[in-house]
Write a new protein. Structure first.
Length: 338
C-alpha cells in the first residue's frame, strides 16, 4: 500500500488527502470480501408479500397440520383445503370467506338466510340422516367437518374418513364463537376468525348498552311454533343463547334451569315475561299460533296487552352462527329499544 501511495504521489496526479481516502476505502472493501467469502448472499426483500395485518387475510399454511378433533381422532388437515364439506356450519364458513362444496338441507328446507352467499352450492338432504359415502364422494371433498355427534355416529365418521380427512365436533352449536375459532385454525383462516369475533363482540357490547337503558331487568320469552308442538326456548342454543347469555335479558322461570319447556294454554299464565318473540318454524306453526293467540288467556297476558309481542324470522332466529346471531341482535334492538 505504501509503494502504491508513493508512486501516485510522485506522479503528481492527486493531492495527498484524496490519495489517503482512496487507499483506506480500498482496504475496507478488501476486508469485507475476505470476511464474506463462502457465505450465502442475503435474501432479497419480497415487495409483493402482504402481511396478514395489512390485507386482513391469513397467510396460507406451509404444510399440512395434524390436529386432534373433539372425539380424539388425529386428523391430517391439508395445508390449504379447497373443497370443504361442513354441513350446518355454512354460516361460520361464510364468515371466513369459504364456500363449501355442498350445503345442509332438511327436505326442501335450507338455511334461507344464507342462500344469496351460497348461490350455486348444491344441497344435500339430511332429513333421513347424513348422506351416504357414495353420495358424498361425488363432491370430491378434501376436508370434511362434522358439526355434531349425530353426524359422526353410527359408523359415519369411519366411512367419511376414508373419503377425506375428517374433523368431528361434539356439538359446534354449543359455543359458536369457539367453533368459529377452531374452524379458523383448521382452514388457515385465523385472522379472518379473529376479525369476525372482534366485530361480533363489539356488536354485542353496543346492543347491551342500548338494552340496559331501554329494557334493564326485563324478561323475554321466545316461543317456537313447529309442526310437532309449541315450546319455550331456553338459553343454551340459537336465539335463546343470544338473548340470555349474550345480551343479558331475563329468562322466564319455566326455562331458568331447562333448555326448553312445552307451552300450552294451561301453561301460559305461568309465563312471567315483559316481551314475547314468536317464531313460526318453516311456516308449520300457523294453526297453533292462531289457536293460542285467539284465546282469552293469551289476550289477558301483560306482554300482549302492552303490545310487546313480535313475530320474527325463523330463517335466522333458528340459525347457528355469527351471521344469524348478528341479525337476531338487530331485531332485538329494533323491537325493544324505542
Amino acid at each position: 500500500m505504501r509503494d502504491m501511495l508513493h508512486r501516485l504521489r510522485l506522479a503528481g496526479r492527486l493531492p495527498m488527502s484524496v490519495l489517503l481516502c482512496l487507499v483506506v476505502a480500498g482496504g475496507l472493501v478488501a476486508g469485507c470480501g475476505t470476511a464474506n467469502k463462502g457465505a450465502a448472499p442475503a435474501p432479497e426483500a419480497n415487495t409483493n408479500d402482504k402481511s396478514a395485518a395489512a390485507d386482513g387475510k391469513s397467510p396460507a399454511p406451509a404444510q399440512e397440520q395434524v390436529i386432534k378433533d373433539e372425539l380424539g381422532h388425529e386428523v391430517k388437515v391439508p395445508a390449504a383445503p379447497q373443497r370443504v364439506f361442513a354441513p350446518y356450519l355454512e354460516d361460520s364458513l361464510l364468515k371466513l370467506g369459504i364456500k363449501p362444496v355442498a350445503q345442509w338441507s332438511s327436505g326442501t328446507q335450507g338455511q334461507d338466510y344464507l342462500q344469496q352467499e351460497l348461490s350455486g352450492v348444491p344441497r344435500l338432504d339430511f332429513s333421513g340422516g347424513p348422506p351416504s359415502p357414495e353420495v358424498l364422494m361425488a363432491y370430491n371433498p378434501d376436508l370434511i367437518i362434522l358439526q355434531n355427534n349425530s353426524y359422526s355416529g353410527n359408523g359415519n365418521y369411519e366411512k367419511y374418513a376414508k373419503i377425506a380427512p375428517t374433523y368431528a365436533f361434539t356439538n359446534a352449536s354449543g359455543d359458536v364463537e369457539k367453533s368459529l375459532a377452531t374452524l379458523g385454525s383448521l382452514l388457515g383462516k385465523t385472522v379472518e376468525a379473529e376479525q369476525a369475533l372482534k366485530a361480533y363482540r363489539q356488536k354485542v357490547q353496543e346492543a347491551k348498552e342500548k338494552l340496559d337503558q331501554a329494557a334493564k331487568g326485563k324478561k323475554v320469552a321466545v316461543i317456537r311454533f313447529a309442526a310437532r308442538g309449541v315450546s319455550l326456548m331456553g338459553g343454551n342454543y340459537m336465539s335463546g343463547q343470544v338473548l340470555y347469555q349474550k345480551l343479558g335479558l331475563g329468562k322466564p322461570k319455566l326455562v331458568e334451569k331447562e333448555n326448553s319447556a312445552a307451552i300450552s294454554l294451561e301453561i301460559l299464565p305461568q309465563l312471567d315475561v315483559d316481551y314475547i318473540f314468536i317464531i313460526n318454524q318453516y311456516g308449520q306453526g300457523t294453526e297453533r299460533i292462531k289457536e293460542i293467540t285467539d284465546s282469552p288467556i293469551w289476550k289477558a297476558m301483560p306482554a300482549v296487552k302492552q303490545g310487546q309481542v313480535f313475530e320474527v324470522s325463523d330463517k335466522y332466529w333458528l340459525g347457528n352462527g355469527l351471521i344469524a346471531y348478528e341479525k337476531i341482535i338487530d331485531d332485538t334492538v329494533k323491537h325493544l329499544v324505542k
